[in-house]
Write a protein that binds this ligand. Structure first.
Ligand SMILES: *[C@@H]1O[C@H](CO)[C@@H](O)[C@H](O)[C@H]1NC(C)=O
Length: 295
């Protein structure tokens, strides 16, 4: 085995010619630098009745960390800012609203970001971890990530499309209603079907230990074993990847949670960004190892 230190100060390449593989070891500083360059537009599904009640709490908490933040509504509100899409309000029009939101972004913001996140006004997103997951993915490939269920990405925990995915969704899927149906309230199923119809691939958003990063409930629901019985038993029917209840359910680099009311958004801001145990420091670490065949 030989160790070659590259010109990047924090990148070490270890090669193992006998095995025919090389390991590229990136220490955290490099990855942090790379993730900062990932540009994310976030759009949040809302409606006029929720501008004050919910949307403004998204703006004042996690939303401010997106490169571009837009609220999709049917009434304009420059203070959020909210866009007035020409759609009817009500649950049964959610797919239409999602389609029109992406059309609006395609027409006005396609060059402003590399990745395009859809979230609800009760989704909480750790934007740095979203950038981290995306830092080594290619936004020119037609791909999307989220909480993968069987046949859709669960809408409430949000999902993120590459720029290429947004482009072909609007240019090709939306103009083909035979293969891209509106499915009323099931906007996540409609998006999956439409994206699938134009070859956009679902990506794997789990961390290196297989733990979920897009989570369909709140942290306390996931971390407390026994939540997914009774009323919430349906989760097991939909899971595409194995799910472990309890402490191992959530990734250390979790990206999103759903059903988060405004008060919990503010609490999460405090827990994630301010509270820390005195005297305990976060240790920079080797945070990414890429193994690839020797060329
Ligand atoms: C990203 O994907 C595009 C389209 O498939 C490809 O042309 C390009 O070479 C890829 N870039 C990298 C850095 O892999």
């Amino acid at each position: 085995m030989s160790i070659i230190f590259s010109y990047l100060p924090c990148l070490a390449v270890l090669t193992s010619p006998a095995g025919g593989y090389e390991w590229v070891v990136l220490v955290e500083e490099t990855v942090v630098e790379m993730s900062r360059k990932v540009r994310v537009l976030c759009w949040v599904m809302t409606h006029p009745g929720n501008h004050e009640r919910k949307a403004k709490h998204v703006r004042d908490t996690w939303g401010k960390r997106c490169d571009v933040l837009l609220f999709m509504s049917s009434k304009e509100d420059p203070s959020l800012p909210a866009v007035a899409l020409k759609v009817e309000e009500g649950r049964k029009h959610l797919s239409k609203k999602s389609h029109e939101a992406f059309r609006y972004i395609y027409e006005h913001h396609l060059d402003d970001a590399d990745w395009f996140l859809k979230a609800d006004d009760d989704t909480y997103v750790v934007v740095e971890n979203l950038r981290y997951m995306l830092h080594d993915r290619n936004h020119s490939e037609a791909v999307f990530f989220g909480c993968r269920f069987k046949g859709f990405m669960s809408g409430g925990s949000g999902y993120v499309l590459s720029r290429e995915a947004v482009k072909i969704f609007v240019e090709k899927a939306l103009s083909n209603p035979k293969r891209c149906h509106l499915r009323g309230a099931a906007e996540d199923m409609s998006m999956w079907e439409c994206l699938h119809s134009v070859g956009v691939k679902p990506g794997d958003s789990r961390d290196e230990l297989g733990r979920w990063r897009f989570l369909p409930f709140t942290p306390e629901n996931h971390l407390n074993p026994g939540f997914f019985v009774g009323k919430y038993r349906w989760l097991w029917k939909y899971t595409f990847y194995p799910y472990k209840e309890g402490p191992e359910s959530c990734s250390d680099t979790a990206i999103s949670f759903h059903y988060v009311p405004p008060n919990l958004m503010h609490a999460l801001e405090y827990f994630i960004y301010r509270l820390h145990p005195f005297g305990v420091q976060h240790q920079p670490s080797i945070s990414a190892v890429v193994v690839k065949p020797l060329s």
